[in-house]
Ligand binder design. Structure first.
Ligand SMILES: NC(=O)c1ccc[n+]([C@@H]2O[C@H](COP(=O)([O-])OP(=O)(O)OC[C@H]3O[C@@H](n4cnc5c(N)ncnc54)[C@H](OP(=O)(O)O)[C@@H]3O)[C@@H](O)[C@H]2O)c1
Length: 262
């Protein structure tokens, strides 16, 4: 039966590819990001290609209160969400104390607070209906600290830990929670994070295509998997951290996140 799927960050990258997966599967879509014009383009494309029922809701999730406002706008429109995909997010490269504080705290708002708030609001509704699915997008960065992207790695550690805990809480109540942990993926992410010249973004690690990452997330969600790590290299990287001394993990991550000045 078709479900109503809310995807944040659906205007580009992994979120856009996730929207394509759900549209192909015949689901109704609610697309969220800041850029209304880009969302309208995506909606038009999905209507043409898959005859999908698509609704566009622009929102800036870096602003406190926007997640709750989005929830109430959807309630007023009579749109009930069966599947919540918290994908919107961004990173920032560079020494934390030298980066712009508004950008750093906005990142916590988007990657953590809005995600948590949407899980609370929609999660409660799912529990009352006795069914629902949540997919939160973390990263392989969630498994380790990351010098020169310390705040970003910490936000993703939160998403992984929170999602795993919530998965156990909600499973007996009919709601599945999955967490997608991509490694480096070819999207606009590196540009927004200011990662030109950074080793991680410059071919030192394999970079996956966004459609492959999204398909892995979609399949994992459908199967009710809790942790979804797309790609064999990413699976290995995430696991290897457990057997590597913590000081070495920090040094390696800092090396990969550096390199702007070679
Ligand atoms: N690419 C990677 O290497 C990688 C690796 C691991 C995890 N991830 C995670 O994957 C997720 C998707 O990233 P991506 O790689 O697809 O990056 P992307 O291409 O830059 O897409 C990010 C999406 O989030 C939206 N967004 C950003 N700020 C927002 C805000 N304040 N309010 C609402 N929406 C906002 C963007 O739309 P607007 O600009 O229109 O708002 C866009 O749709 C993120 O959570 C990211 O941390 C990415």
């Amino acid at each position: 039966m078709p479900e109503t799927v809310l995807i944040t960050g659906a205007s580009a990258g992994i979120g856009y590819e996730l929207a394509r997966c759900f549209a192909r599967g015949g689901d109704r879509l609610i697309l969220v990001s800041r850029s209304e014009s880009r969302l309208n383009q995506v909606a038009e494309e999905l209507r043409k290609e898959y005859q999908a029922d698509v609704h566009v809701y622009p929102a800036d999730l870096s602003k406190p209160g926007e997640a709750a406002a989005l929830f109430h706008r959807l309630m007023d429109a009579g749109l009930h969400v069966d599947v919540l995909v918290n994908n919107a997010g961004y990173g920032l490269n560079g020494p934390f104390v030298e980066n712009d504080y508004i950008e750093e705290s906005g990142m916590v708002q988007v990657n953590v607070t809005a995600l948590m708030e949407l899980c609370h609001l929609f999660g409660a509704q799912m529990v009352s209906r006795g069914r629902g699915k949540i997919l939160n997008v973390a990263s392989t960065a969630a498994f380790q600290p990351g010098p020169l992207m310390s705040n970003y790695y910490a936000t993703k550690a939160y998403v992984l830990s929170f999602s795993e805990g919530l998965a156990e809480e909600l499973r007996p109540r009919g709601v599945t929670v999955s967490v997608l942990c991509p490694g480096a993926t070819r999207t606009d992410f590196f540009d927004r994070a200011g990662m030109h010249g950074v080793r991680l973004a410059d071919g030192m690690v394999p970079v996956m295509k966004a459609d492959r990452v999204a398909r892995a997330g979609y399949r994992g969600l459908r199967k009710g998997r809790v942790i979804i790590i797309p790609g064999i290299v990413n699976k290995f990287t995430a696991q290897s951290v457990r057997f590597t001394p913590r000081w070495l993990v920090r040094k390696l991550a800092g090396y990969l996140n550096g390199g702007k000045n070679k």
